[in-house]
Write a protein of this length. Structure first.
Length: 184
């Protein structure tokens, strides 16, 4: 990932942009929500400083070339209502994991479908990825449907794959290959 400037992605309704420190209150809004965080892998945030740390992590993975996380905004507004992007980027293997979350007041509006489609397209066209994968908890049927709508296939169950809040969680591995779709 050779980007020097943070890329901005535009869709019909959205601008996906870099999340900045001044977005911490907006990020805290959804990352402190128990429903949003139910399948996120960390506990809901309790202090805006945690959102500032998360934003710092977004910047670090971009600077280190190990990922890129876009803030989701509605066109004509500046408020970050969620994020979507890559982590665990492996240039040598042309693969990356993708993750996303959205403030619950925007659920079931097609916003995440639109954002994820733009991010996946960027991954295949600009990052030259062969494989994009997502790890999804078995109870998170909404995310499973979201990724399946994008063409991701469930490959299998990773048993006791991740420890969250003292408990081991099973995760489904989903993937989409560049060969699975045309990205012209």
């Amino acid at each position: 990932m050779e980007e020097k400037e943070f890329p901005v992605l535009e869709t019909e309704r959205l601008l996906l942009r870099e999340v900045k420190p001044e977005d911490a209150t907006s990020v805290f809004h959804y990352l402190s929500d128990e429903e949003v965080m139910e399948y996120y892998g960390i506990s809901p945030m309790t202090d805006v400083r945690e959102a500032e740390e998360e934003i710092g992590w977004y910047r670090r993975i971009f600077d280190e070339g190990t990922g890129i996380r876009w803030g989701i905004t509605l066109k004509g507004t500046s408020k970050v209502i969620g994020s979507c992007g890559f982590l665990q980027y492996e240039e040598r293997h042309a693969r990356s994991e993708v993750g996303a979350e959205l403030a619950k007041e925007y659920w079931r509006s097609g916003i995440m479908t639109e954002a994820l489609a733009a991010v996946v397209h960027y991954g295949f066209k600009k990052m030259a990825l062969m494989r994009i994968q997502a790890l999804i908890e078995p109870d998170n049927t909404a995310s499973q449907k979201l990724f399946e709508k994008q063409g991701f296939m469930q490959e299998g169950l990773l048993r006791k794959y991740e420890k969250v809040n003292g408990e081991f969680d099973d995760l489904y591995m989903y993937s989409l290959l560049r060969d699975d779709r045309s990205f012209e």
